[in-house]
Design a protein around this ligand. Structure first.
Ligand code: XIL
Length: 370
């Protein structure tokens, strides 16, 4: 089973451009090849993704994004437009306009699509009407089950066969302590059964999609990681169709420790699960005291690439936002107070930063130990 998932997950990346567009016969290790990050990752059988604009009309309102996404990346995550909170203003009503456009854009460029996310109780993950309905329900358990049975087939079924990986549940654990999040209303109502049900419904709606549990992970003490490991292990033992763990990786407060990351990736891989770095951004604030902060940031990006390359089950990396001018960190509390974060691969003028070239190089070097 383990190898089955892995080969399915890697197949797409391996069939991507095997060599660089500028020099079809050269490998990305040749500096003259000038590979994009996507090409360099594909050479190692990995996807390198980024996010859409995540709002209505992003293709026309942020015209710089499409060419960058088309040229440099091989995978696309909808930043917001597949979230329940974005799709639905009332029970039974869905507006798929933006999601349809984003997914069509990805397909037009031959990019893989990650579906983000079916169930998330924080920020814009869940519409207010859902919380209100559950709060006022005589039988919240029965209502939540009904809503899940409506939501999952509606969304996953619509894109059946077109979305390679779904983040079925986002951030189900408490960030400290290793338990399920006590503030998560869905978990309060159904307990762990909520996770099982969500994954089973998603599997029914698209049996070929790889199903991920996506977690924060950047502020992640050992007990939190162990707790998550136990939760997914329990799901596997109950026969729940979970195929991978998504590691978000918003590095706002501390830089990544690649050796720790690789060992944690390995722990999930040992359970037979895939791993993806799903939302990578590394704030420049981590490196303010470095002699060259952008070089230090580049090293940190390279470390994440090396951690992924060290573990076969790591199938790809997605940066959260395409360029520094549109990073969510600069406009989202509480992170906005420390803006500018400049956490992506491209600067606000859409020029590749040292981090961009470090990612190409780290992939080109291959699986050096982190
Ligand atoms: C963020 C988007 O980037 C913002 O545009 C939106 O306002 C809030 O959500 N973890 C996640 C993502 O799983 O869905 C979040 O995306 C960032 C944190």
């Amino acid at each position: 089973m383990k190898n089955g998932f892995l080969s399915v997950a890697l197949l797409g990346a391996a069939s991507l451009s095997a060599a660089c567009s500028n020099s079809p016969s050269a490998s990305c290790a040749d500096p003259d090849a000038q590979c994009t990050v996507g090409e360099a990752a594909a050479e190692r059988g990995r996807f390198l993704g980024s996010t859409t604009g995540g709002r209505a009309n992003w293709l026309s309102d942020q015209p710089e994004l499409a060419p960058l996404l088309a040229e440099h990346f091989t995978s696309i995550t909808c930043e917001n437009e597949l979230k329940w909170g974005f799709l639905s203003d009332a029970r039974g009503e869905y507006d798929f306009t933006t999601a349809d456009e984003s997914i069509a854009f990805a397909e037009e460029h031959g990019h893989r699509v990650r579906g983000h996310t079916l169930f998330w109780t924080r920020l814009n993950g869940t519409p207010v009407w859902v919380f209100e309905a559950l709060e006022n329900a005589d039988d919240p358990e029965a209502l939540l089950i009904e809503l899940m049975e409506e939501h999952v087939p509606t969304v996953v079924g619509r894109y059946r066969g077109r979305i390679a990986q779904w983040d079925v549940v986002n951030e189900p654990t408490a960030q400290f302590g290793g338990s399920l999040d006590p503030d998560n209303v869905f978990l309060q109502i159904l307990g762990e059964e909520f996770l099982d049900r969500a994954f089973r419904l998603a599997h029914e709606a698209d049996p070929d999609a790889l199903l991920f549990l996506n977690e924060v992970f950047s502020v992640s003490p050992e007990e939190t990681f162990q707790g998550l490991l136990d939760i997914v292990d329990g799901m596997l033992k109950r026969g729940v169709p979970i195929h991978g763990v998504g590691i978000q990786g918003h590095f706002v407060l501390e830089a990544p420790d690649a050796a720790e990351w690789a060992s944690r990736f390995e722990a999930f891989a040992n359970l037979g699960l895939l791993v993806e770095v799903t939302e990578l951004d590394i704030s420049i604030n981590n490196f303010r005291t470095a002699s060259d902060p952008f070089e230090a940031q580049a090293d940190a990006y390279a470390e994440v690439v090396r951690a992924c390359l060290a573990v076969d089950a790591c199938t790809g990396i997605t940066t959260w936002n395409v360029h520094d001018g549109e990073t969510w960190l600069d406009t989202s509390p509480p992170f906005d107070v420390a803006a500018p974060h400049e956490p992506t691969l491209f600067d606000a003028n859409q020029r590749g930063k040292p981090a961009y070239f470090a990612v190409v190089e780290a992939f080109a070097e291959g699986a050096a130990s982190p």
